[in-house]
Design a protein around this ligand. Structure first.
Ligand SMILES: *Cc1c(COP(=O)(O)O)cnc(C)c1O
Length: 418
């Protein structure tokens, strides 16, 4: 079928079918003909409690009939205040200033602007942003600048700003990461403003996992050298890695933390950039030129804030952690089975995320295996979207054991087939 719609990350020229979904419930999407599709990647990493959770649906319905949208510059509303207070229970105490926006990319842009503003408003020349190799922070120009360069952003390369890149801590080369970070921190010609990292798991970069100890080391080196530490928890936040936020596992508290995807349970767009008092204070003044110059039309949309409020309530009142722990245990058992397979490698797990590579000589994102795997899974009614030859499972926490088993068995079938 031809369509007027231009889909994201879709090569329409290849004529791949674009299945239509009519409704969803729990971990299952239903096609227009009623066929159930198991959503094994949480609809692109956003859904946490499952589709159409009744409490989130009810919160959205009630709020949209009460106050739908309003300006947030110089005005406020209950759902945003309620949410900002509630987030205090889940975030480290020091992150006591909550700035709203509407996507992960924007939350990251806001974080970069806060970090640069922090130094600028104090007349301190620190401008360089440090990043980790293979990172992904979003698709806007600023977020692309701090992400891995490649075929995705080659056309825009001339517009992307320079950053300092530290190596990903590959096994037995962990010391290179720390050494590179120290060298950047001590570079007095171009002192860094901030380091931004995806804590514990580099998502779009291929589900690359590193330890809480290394995360802590990154944080501590930044702290020693007055370099701001920004945690991009857009994907890792809200339980993905086994704790509400990944930073908890390293016992660290970042200067700035970005969240989006799971903030509303993954139902409607909303993002938060949380910052410490010193960052806020650097913008707090009698001088209007020092205010934080960022907003978007839908900043702190009341309906989105109400959905996020319902998400917090679910975390407080439902056994979310038990559901996560059950997925972790099942992933571990499946990973043990995978270790015996010969044509796959690098089986790894962090919380509810399980990943491995299917051996492929051209093993990058553009490898032909990716689309073939996609088709294989689609034909078997499981939504999995490998990153090149990296297959990963990232289910919503409500997934049933038999649904997860079905995902595993389709994956084993794929391993036998390819
Ligand atoms: C998805 C993602 C983003 C971008 O979020 P959007 O809401 O898609 O703009 C940023 N950072 C990380 C780590 C992500 O996984």
């Amino acid at each position: 079928m031809t369509t007027r719609i231009w889909h994201p990350f879709t090569q329409h020229g290849l004529g791949e079918p674009i299945p239509e979904i009519a409704r969803a419930e729990g971990a299952v999407l239903y096609k227009t003909d009623g066929t159930p599709i198991i959503d094994a990647i949480s609809s692109w990493w956003v859904q946490t409690h499952g589709h159409c959770h009744p409490d989130i649906v009810a919160a959205i319905q009630a709020q949209s009939a009460e106050l739908d949208q309003m300006i947030f510059a110089g005005w406020t509303h209950g759902p945003a205040q309620h949410l900002a207070e509630g987030l205090g229970e889940f975030l480290p105490d020091s992150l006591d200033h909550i700035f709203f926006s509407d996507s992960g990319s924007t939350a990251v842009e806001v974080a970069l602007k806060m970090a640069l503003g922090f130094w600028h408003n104090q007349n301190i020349a620190r401008r360089r942003i440090l990043v980790m190799e293979h990172s992904y922070h979003g698709d806007t120009i600023g977020a692309m600048s701090i992400g891995a360069r490649g075929v995705f952003n080659q056309a825009y390369a001339p517009l992307l700003f320079d950053v300092g890149t530290i190596p990903f801590p590959e096994a037995s080369k962990e010391e290179d990461m720390a050494a590179a970070l120290r060298a950047f921190c001590q570079d007095s010609d171009n002192p860094p403003a901030a380091l931004i990292v995806e804590p514990l798991v580099l998502g779009a970069g291929g589900m690359k996992i590193y330890s809480p100890e290394l995360l802590r080391q990154l944080h501590d080196i930044c702290y020693e050298h007055d370099v701001l530490f920004i945690a991009d928890e857009v994907m890792t936040g809200w339980g993905r890695t086994g704790t509400v936020f990944a930073c908890e596992q390293a016992g660290i508290s970042p200067d700035i933390l970005c969240m989006a995807k799971g903030l509303t349970g993954g139902v409607i767009p909303l993002a938060v950039t949380a910052a410490t008092k010193p960052i806020y204070d650097a913008h707090y003044s009698q001088d209007r030129s020092k205010m934080f110059f960022h907003s978007s039309s839908f900043t702190a949309n009341p309906v989105a804030c109400a959905a996020a409020g319902a998400n917090l309530k679910i975390w407080r009142e439902e056994p979310v952690q038990e559901r996560i722990d059950a997925i972790i245990a099942r992933h571990e058992a499946f990973a043990a089975r995978l270790h015996n397979r010969s044509n796959i490698s690098a089986v790894r797990q962090c919380g509810t995320i399980l990943a491995f590579e299917i051996d492929d000589s051209s093993g990058d994102y553009m490898s032909s295996l990716g689309p073939e795997l996609l088709r294989f899974f689609r034909e078997r009614n499981v939504l999995l979207r490998p990153l090149g030859n990296t297959v990963y499972v990232m289910p919503p926490y409500c997934i049933r054991p038999e649904e997860l088993d079905q995902v595993y068995s389709v994956i084993e079938e794929a391993i036998d087939h390819f």
